[in-house]
Design a protein around this ligand. Structure first.
Ligand code: GLN
Length: 182
C-alpha cells in the first residue's frame, strides 16, 4: 500500500508520521509530477482551504485530482481537506460544509466521540474546524458531536472535521484502509 499526501500547505507532515508509525508507505505531493506516481489513495490534510484551493489550481492539480477521485481514487480529507471535497471546492462529495463553524472562542477543542464502524471512542482534536451542515444522496454519516456531523463517507471518500493525525489512535486510519484494502 502506498499513500499520497497532498503537501501544498497545512498538517501534511503529521499524517506522514502517523502512517510511518503504522508501517504504511507514503509520499508527499508538492507538484503534478509528485502526484503522478503510483498510489492507492490520497490524503488531503488540514490547513487553510482557501490557500489550498488556490495552490491546487496554480499547480495544475485541481482537475487531475478531481477526475481521479471521481474515477474512484480513495481519498481521506481532514478538516480543510474535508472542505476541499465539498460543492464549493473539488465538488466530489455531496456535502454542504460550514467553515470555522465553532466561532472564535470555541474554535479549537478536544473531545472523544463515537464513530460508526469503529469499536472504541475516538479522540477528536478540532482546530478552527468545519462541520457538515447537510448531506446528500450516497453520503453516510459516521460521527456526530454536539449535534453536528463531524465525519462522513461517500463511496471511497472519507472526511473528518477533526484531526486524527494529532492523536495516538489509528482507528480512523484503519477505517480508511478498510475501504480500499479489504
Ligand atoms: N479553518 C480552516 C479552513 O477553513 C480549516 C482549519 C483546519 O484545517 N484545521 O480552511
Amino acid at each position: 500500500m502506498r499513500i499520497a499526501i497532498l503537501a501544498l500547505q497545512g498538517a501534511f507532515e503529521e499524517h506522514r508520521q502517523m502512517l510511518l508509525k503504522y508501517g504504511v508507505e507514503s509520499f508527499l505531493v508538492r507538484t503534478l509530477a509528485d502526484y503522478q506516481q503510483p498510489k492507492d489513495a490520497l490524503i488531503i490534510p488540514g490547513g487553510e482551504s482557501t490557500t489550498m484551493l488556490k495552490l491546487l489550481k496554480d499547480l495544475s492539480l485541481f482537475d487531475v485530482v478531481k477526475n481521479d477521485i471521481e474515477a474512484g481514487l480513495p481519498v481521506f480529507g481532514t478538516c480543510a481537506g474535508l472542505i476541499m471535497l465539498d460543492d464549493k471546492h473539488l465538488g466530489t462529495m455531496n456535502i454542504e460544509v460550514k467553515r470555522n463553524a465553532y466561532g472564535r472562542q470555541l474554535g479549537s477543542f478536544a473531545t472523544e466521540g463515537d464513530f460508526d464502524g469503529i469499536d472504541h471512542k475516538i479522540p477528536m482534536t478540532f482546530i478552527r474546524a468545519p462541520y457538515i451542515e447537510k448531506v446528500g444522496d450516497g453520503v453516510e454519516v459516521l460521527s456526530v458531536v454536539d449535534g453536528n456531523i463531524v465525519a462522513a463517507r461517500q463511496g471511497n471518500q472519507l472526511v473528518t472535521a477533526f484531526h486524527p493525525e494529532l492523536n495516538e489512535d489509528f482507528g480512523v486510519y484503519e477505517y480508511f484502509f478498510s475501504i480500499f484494502a479489504a
